[in-house]
Structures are given as structure tokens and as C-alpha cells.
Ligand binder design. Structure first.
Ligand SMILES: CC(C)=CCC/C(C)=C/CC/C(C)=C/CC/C(C)=C/[C@@H]1[C@@H](COP(=O)(O)OP(=O)(O)O)[C@]1(C)CC/C=C(\C)CC/C=C(\C)CCC=C(C)C
Ligand SMILES: [Mn+2]
Length: 390
């Protein structure tokens, strides 16, 4: 339903991390040693647990350049809230746009909506506007008009994104995001990378190994982590490096997407898509046909156990960053982390039948998670944090 209203096409000026255009000199501009140590840590996380091959330049190496880019922007002077010329006319229209974004968030992303309710009104509105844009972007390739979507449609969506970043929103939802990016130091690159993920979804339905899957997960979800931190803010008393906090946010996005993939195996298979590393499936003695047949066998259970283990390792890694966020943001992030993580427990409780059952967390469990999340959120950043500057 969003497709019909696209604006004018302009040349595609995207810089794709996939093609390595983001200069590696960025690394030396920042702390190359930290970069290297992160990359080896991420490699450990990706490969140690399950085996598999490590490519010469791995996806986590490429993705970390965007972590540096976004965190550098936050270190620049924050944009003033008055410098946006959103041509909407009245404040009440903008308020209405934000409210509509909130309704859509409540409908499609219940876990995250609950999280947004736990933060401040300004941040909540910003998350709703971002969520709306993410949903619309995802809807292009997953929604009812998906069969009409081409690479050119995505190029147009991208020029519309550039326009709204320059204060020229196309519709009321773009206006809400235009207002948000004018008020918070969010870089355009994660948004562009999410569109790149949708381009990938149009043409790629199999993933050779975890490295390929990692890049996809970065595009569609790690990006959300990166663009959430400028809204949440880092605690003024935090001793952690900005890059390390952004990295934890990226990792939380990856953990969420890995979980989303494991929950939706059956649903994706019905659309002929398999977002699981082919080499690891083969190692477990499984083939595409087994996924399409959808039978829960011991081979499948063992395979799922290792995938769940890896997703949990990503959640564990992300947890280190939550304490470094501003006090107003810790509760919602802990809440959404604990809730999303519980989907993995539910897959186990369903005896790994993610072909015919959709794992979900009951409202009772959601309610229990809130005080647990609150208790964790009162812990403020300490010098003993593992993310503390060297
Ligand atoms: C330091 C630190 C740990 C900071 C925290 C940063 C943070 C909030 C990280 C979380 C990032 C996050 C919410 C990732 C979402 C991952 C996700 C589920 C992505 C989905 C993509 C497409 O996949 P698929 O097609 O398989 O999915 P469906 O089957 O269609 O559902 C997405 C659909 C992208 C859309 C993104 C969202 C729905 C999430 C947007 C949420 C926010 C902007 C709110 C986050 C705020 C709070 C308070 C948690
Ligand atoms: Mn989707």
C-alpha cells in the first residue's frame, strides 16, 4: 500500500559496505587496535561455537566500520532541535503523525512497543517514527505488494530517505522521521544499509555460511541497534568507549534477528526461504528438503540446539552494553532484551517445532519480566565494566 506513493527517482548515491567503499582508513582514524580486538572477538563469537569457515575479510570486519562511523557522529556536536524545516505546517499534524506511528508499532512489534512505553515521551516518539520506517521498508519485500517490488523501487525509497534527512519529507510518516533525525544525531548509513538488506532479500534466499547470514542480520537488524543508541543516549558517567556501546547495540540487533529467524523457520520455508547457514545444515546431516518437509527429528533438534546456543551468546555479549546507556533507557532495553531472548526458551518448550508452531512469550511472562528488567536497570555504569576504556 505504500508503493504507489513514491517520489521522484534520483541517482543512487549509496555507499555499500558490501562493496567495501567505506574506507578502511576510518579504522586507523579511530583506534585500530580496538577494531582488531573487536573483530577477533566477534569471530570467536561467530565461529568458535559451531565451527564453519572464516572468510579472509569477514562480515563483522566490514560491519564494524559502520559502528565507528555512527559512534563518531555522536561525538560531534549534537544537532540543535530548532534547525529543521519540516514543511508540515502545524505541530498538531506532526503530533498526529507520531501517534499513528505509535499505533502501528503497537500492532506489529508488541515487544518493542512495550519497551518504548518504559522510556521518556521524546524518545518514545522517536522510536515509533523509526519503527514505522523500518516496518514500511520491510513491508516492501514482505508485504502484499512484494511481487511488484524491484530494485528500482528500493532505489526510489532510498532517495526518499535522503530527502527526509534533508528536511523534505514526502508524507506524514516521513515527516515524523525527518523531525526525529533532526533532533537526535542519527547517521543515515544504518537506514541505507537496511534498504540494502531488502535488496538482498529480493535476490538471495540461501546463505552459504554464517558469515553471509551475519551480513544479512546486520542489514536488517544490527542497523536498528546502531540507530537506537543516539536516541537512548549513553550515561554521562559511563567509562566505556562510544564504539563499544555501539557494538553492543549492533550485537543486540543481531541476537534479535537470529532469534526472529529461528522462530520463523516454518513461515519462511513456506515462502521458499531458508535463513540458516547451509554449511552448518549439511554438517548436521540436514538438507533444504528436510526443512521443507518440516519434520522434527533428532538431527533437527541437535541443529536447533547449536543455533539457539549461538543466539544466546550474542545476547550475552549485548548485555555488557545495556548498563552503559542513559538511566532512562536501561529499563526498556533490558525489558525488550529479556522478552526477545525468552522466545528461544519457548522454541525449546515447543520441542524445537518451529515448523508448525510460532514460539511466543505469554502476557504473564511479559509482566514478570518487567520488574526483573527494572532491577537490572538501576545498576549504573561502573569502572568494573568490561567495556571500560583501556
Ligand atoms: C547498548 C545497547 C545494547 C543498546 C540497545 C540497542 C537496541 C534497542 C537494539 C535492538 C535492535 C532491534 C530492536 C532490532 C530489531 C530486530 C528485528 C526483529 C528486525 C526485523 C527485520 C526484518 O526481519 P523479518 O522480515 O525476518 O521480520 P518479520 O518476520 O517481518 O517481523 C525487522 C522487521 C526490522 C524492523 C525493526 C523493528 C520491528 C524494530 C524496531 C524497534 C525499535 C526502533 C524500538 C527499539 C526500542 C526499544 C526501546 C527496545
Ligand atoms: Mn519481514
Amino acid at each position: 500500500m505504500f508503493v504507489a506513493s513514491f517520489g521522484v527517482v534520483s541517482p543512487n548515491t549509496q555507499i555499500s559496505i558490501c562493496h567495501g567503499f567505506i574506507s578502511r582508513s576510518l579504522c586507523s582514524k579511530f583506534n585500530a587496535r580496538k577494531h582488531r580486538s573487536f573483530c577477533s572477538l566477534a569471530s570467536d563469537l561467530n565461529y568458535l561455537c559451531l565451527g564453519g569457515t572464516i572468510p579472509a575479510i569477514s562480515s563483522n570486519h566490514k560491519v564494524y566500520d559502520v559502528v565507528l562511523k555512527q559512534s563518531a557522529l555522536v561525538n560531534e556536536k549534537l544537532k540543535s532541535s530548532g534547525d529543521l524545516d519540516v514543511k508540515l505546517g502545524t505541530l498538531s499534524l506532526l503530533n498526529e503523525a507520531y501517534e499513528r506511528c505509535g499505533e502501528v508499532c503497537a500492532h506489529y512489534s508488541q515487544t518493542f512497543y512495550l519497551g518504548t512505553l518504559l522510556t521518556t515521551p521524546e524518545r518514545r516518539r522517536a522510536f515509533w517514527a523509526i519503527n514505522m520506517w523500518c516496518r514500511r521498508t520491510d513491508e516492501l519485500v514482505d508485504g502484499p505488494n512484494a511481487s511488484h517490488i524491484t530494485l528500482m523501487t528500493l532505489d526510489r525509497w532510498e532517495s526518499r530517505l535522503e530527502d527526509l534527512f534533508e528536511g523534505r519529507p514526502y508524507d506524514m510518516f516521513d515527516a515524523a522521521l525527518s523531525d526525529t533525525v533532526a533532533n537526535f544525531p542519527v547517521h543515515i548509513q544504518p537506514f541505507k544499509d537496511m534498504i540494502e538488506g531488502m535488496r538482498m532479500d529480493l535476490k538471495k534466499w540461501r546463505y552459504k555460511n554464517f558469515d553471509e547470514l551475519y551480513l544479512y542480520c546486520y542489514y536488517v537488524a544490527g542497523t536498528v541497534g546502531l540507530l537506537s543508541v543516539p536516541i537512548m543516549g549513553i550515561a554521562p558517567e559511563s567509562q566505556a568507549t562510544t564504539e563499544s556501546v555501539y557494538n553492543a547495540a549492533l550485537v543486540l540487533g543481531l541476537a534479535n534477528q537470529l532469534t526472529n529467524i529461528l522462530r520463523d523457520v516454518g513461515e519462511d520455508a513456506r515462502r521458499k526461504r531458508i535463513y540458516l547457514p547451509q554449511d552448518e545444515l549439511a554438517q548436521a546431516g540436514l538438507s533444504d528438503e528436510d526443512i521443507f518437509a518440516g519434520k522434527v527429528t533428532d538431527k533437527w533438534r541437535n541443529f536447533m540446539k547449536s543455533q539457539i546456543k549461538r543466539a544466546r551468546m550474542f545476547f550475552d555479549e549485548a548485555e555488557k552494553g545495556v548498563t552503559e546507556l542513559s538511566s532512562a533507557s536501561r529499563w526498556p532495553v533490558w525489558a525488550s532484551l529479556l522478552l526477545y531472548r525468552q522466545i528461544l526458551d519457548e522454541i525449546e518448550a515447543n520441542d524445537y517445532d518451529n515448523f508448525t508452531k510460532r514460539a511466543y512469550v505469554s502476557n504473564a511472562k511479559k509482566l514478570i519480566a518487567l520488574p526483573v528488567a527494572y532491577a537490572r536497570s538501576v545498576i549504573s555504569p561502573s569502572r568494573t565494566s568490561t567495556l571500560v576504556k583501556a
